[in-house]
Design a protein around this ligand. Sequence first.
Ligand SMILES: Cc1cc2nc3c(=O)[nH]c(=O)nc-3n(C[C@H](O)[C@H](O)[C@H](O)COP(=O)(O)O)c2cc1C
Length: 208
Amino acid sequence: MLTLLNIQSSPRINNSLSRVLSDKFIEQWKIDNPDGCVVTRDLMKSELPYITQAWLGGAFFPPEKQTPEMLAEMHVSDELVAELKAADQVVIGVPMHNFTVPANLKTYFDQVVRFKHTYNLDGGMLDDKPTTIIIASGRLYTPGAPEEQCDYASGFLKCVLAYMGIRNIRIVLAGGMRAVNFGQETFENYVEKYLPEILLAANEHRLA
Ligand SMILES: Cc1cc2nc3c(=O)[nH]c(=O)nc-3n(C[C@H](O)[C@H](O)[C@H](O)COP(=O)(O)O)c2cc1C
């Protein structure tokens, strides 16, 4: 039985393009994997803590130097790492915030990039797994767009996942939401516009 880890980070619960497109992806994934299991990690509900000095001790000190405080600090990371390791496939919904990922998603990666758990001195320790990332943004950042070079979300996500061993990544750049925000387009039209790319991504997961 395949497990899909669904990571969501938009503070918008209604009319979030990244959430709705992720839902469309999941709908198709469930059709392709009727026995599959979807595990959702909604970062707006988890309220992950930032890493601290005690966390760094827990992550890098040898076991004999780890204090109870350090060990306690690792519980969230332990849970998130186990969840990510257990997933066969991943989908991540990302609202672009100030040219990069929202703080909750950065905190998620601070918690899961973990020495001797997800990477070691030889490289990433996770099995490669098909991963679809859906980045919703107000402006366009597709190749050739004037502001293409301001997309600091895609590069960060590709690097941080590859650091842990995940390289089978498709990024859907769902840009142009400002037309919806300014009333020039409907939200539903925008969902339709990106649907073919979402279905293509789901198809790649099916064939993986
Ligand atoms: C705090 C904040 C910062 C944003 N920064 C950017 C940005 O740097 N570039 C951009 O194109 N859109 C930006 N936007 C617009 C969002 O990316 C856009 O509304 C997108 O649809 C958000 O995803 P969601 O609909 O899944 O919440 C920003 C929106 C907010 C609320």
